[in-house]
Design a protein around this ligand. Structure first.
Ligand code: 1GP
Length: 245
């Protein structure tokens, strides 16, 4: 799955990930969204959410998505409960600016044997939450990075790289009024080189996505805007065509 993502970035200059929160619709509706997103040219489906994205709902959501598309399904877990065996990979992430050991290492330790048993590909990722942070900032007990302090985001991202993480996710929080500042993305990419920079939270248009890609984002995540869209295939197609070379 990591190779698939890196290939997409190499080929088109950037990639797009569609985030589906199992708690926001039925598994069948999630399947229809994933199918439309795939038609629109998204590169992978992320499945997860801060609250309630667990158990049978999670499993059935992944199952419906796998039925309708060959795209990789990557789990985006809020805790050990966000793992299931029918996905392809997991963002094996540590919330580096959390105050809580739960989100730094405890859930990861409880989850690691399940990742092995479920044969999920683990994608080692530094997860960094920037203001305003939204629900995930609250639930993850994050000490939010101020929007005007790109050097702080970079310090955490670089620490992640030196710890061996090959992906960095700069998160503004789902539904944020505005995405992570482009300048913060630019500085992070400049210092991190071949680490994949994922940016999400509050991205609602092709223009916003293109600005972040121009700054250095490798992968753009959209969740809320896809959920709200009346025509998912054409919305994703607008996003993917504006970020691709
Ligand atoms: C949330 O970054 C993701 O974890 C997506 O955010 O819902 O605002 O697209 P949106």
């Amino acid at each position: 799955v990591e190779l698939h993502l890196r290939d997409a970035v190499k080929k088109h200059g950037a990639g797009h990930l569609t985030l589906i929160d199992p708690d926001s619709q039925t598994p069948q509706e999630a399947g229809r969204m994933a199918q439309a997103a795939s038609q629109g040219g998204t590169d992978a489906i992320m499945v997860g959410g801060s609250v309630g994205a667990t158990g049978a709902l999670l499993h059935n959501t992944v199952a419906e998505i796998k039925k309708v598309t060959d795209l990789p399904v990557i789990l985006f877990p809020a805790s050990v409960a966000g793992l299931c065996e029918n996905a392809d990979a997991v963002f094996f992430m540590s919330l580096l600016n959390s105050r809580s050991p739960n989100y730094l290492i405890e859930n990861q330790a409880m989850g690691a044997p399940l990742v092995l048993r479920y044969r999920l590909e683990a994608l080692p990722m530094a997860y960094i939450i920037i203001e305003p942070g939204g629900t995930v900032g609250y639930v993850g007990d994050a000490r939010l990075i101020p929007r005007k302090k790109p050097e702080l985001a970079c310090a955490y991202a670089l620490a992640g790289k030196y710890l061996g993480m090959r992906l960095v996710y700069l998160e503004a929080g789902s539904g944020a009024d505005s995405p992570v500042p482009a300048g913060m993305v630019a500085l992070t990419k400049k210092l991190l080189g071949d680490v994949l920079i994922i940016v999400g939270g509050g991205i609602r248009s092709g223009r916003a996505a293109a600005e972040l890609v121009a700054a250095g984002a490798d992968l753009i995540v959209t969740g809320t805007a896809v959920e709200k869209s009346q025509d998912v295939a054409s919305f994703i197609s607008e996003l993917t065509s504006s970020i691709r070379r």
